[in-house]
Design a protein. Structure first.
Length: 260
């Protein structure tokens, strides 16, 4: 049974204990970075397409992977969070429910969801997919933000991590990592450098990390205290309401469900 740990504040509970917990830090400019931990064995993941991106190119997408949280997911829904850059940016490939919507590229940071709903982060064709893994969906986005417990050697090259927003390097950013226990970590802030997101994930225990989407229109997290509970905004100051993924969204996103 997952128990409370020092430095982590419980956010959501499943049938057998804590399913999601979080920690936060204040960055140099006063902005807040939140790191949310989705507990392995307590949570399951699903990738959804948006109504506008990625292009589905005639692929048949089930309601459980459509641009809004499905009815089947609602009773188990604990959280939802944003995906990566638009497919047209060339930032990486995308597979959903076994269908390739954009070609998967070796060497890119990837979040892999297995057919049982468990998730893993890493580098495609290096440490992912895991031998024998039954892959359902994959979301790639850029080069790894961190490999092992170390930030990318190119972390200071801001342009590699997305175009400047209104001339600023400190923009809304999000990222994803995995720790040694198989927990998935999501980090986000409405004003951060790539190094802030990467360091936050590493300090929270991530052994590898990837950047997800950036800029204030796209970074969004919704959290519920229990499966199917009322959603609340998870990133301090985020632009989007907590029910955005319920009513439907234009871009790809992930749902986090309580394990059966």
């Amino acid at each position: 049974m997952p128990l409370e740990q020092p430095g982590w504040v419980p956010v959501s509970y499943g049938k057998t204990g804590i399913a999601i917990d979080a920690q936060s830090r204040v960055l140099a400019d006063g902005s807040h970075l939140i790191v949310v931990r989705f507990r392995a064995g307590q949570t399951r993941f699903a990738l959804h397409v948006g109504s506008q991106d990625p292009p589905t190119a005639g692929a048949v997408v089930s309601p459980e992977a459509g641009p809004a949280v499905s009815r089947a997911e609602l009773p188990r829904l604990l959280a939802a969070f944003n995906g990566g850059f638009k497919v047209a940016s060339g930032s990486g490939g995308l597979e959903i429910d076994g269908q390739i919507l954009a070609r998967l590229q070796p060497g890119l940071a990837s979040f892999v969801i297995d057919t049982n709903g468990s998730g893993h982060t890493g580098v495609w064709d290096q440490n992912l997919p895991i031998p024998g893994e039954h892959v359902a969906s994959v979301r790639q986005n850029l080069l790894p933000l961190a490999i092992g417990p170390h930030l990318s050697s190119r972390i200071s090259q801001i342009a590699l991590w997305g175009a400047r927003y209104k001339g600023e390097d400190m923009v809304a950013r999000s990222g994803l990592g995995e720790d040694a226990n198989g927990n998935i970590l999501y980090a986000a802030s409405m004003a951060a450098l790539p190094s802030d997101v990467g360091t936050g994930l590493i300090d929270a225990g991530a052994n590898n990390a990837m950047e997800l989407d950036i800029n204030p229109e796209w970074v969004q997290l919704a959290l519920a205290a229990h499966p199917g509970g009322q959603l609340k905004a998870g990133v301090p100051g985020q632009n989007r309401p907590p029910n955005q993924y319920l009513v439907g969204w234009t871009r790809d996103f992930f749902t986090v469900l309580a394990s059966p």
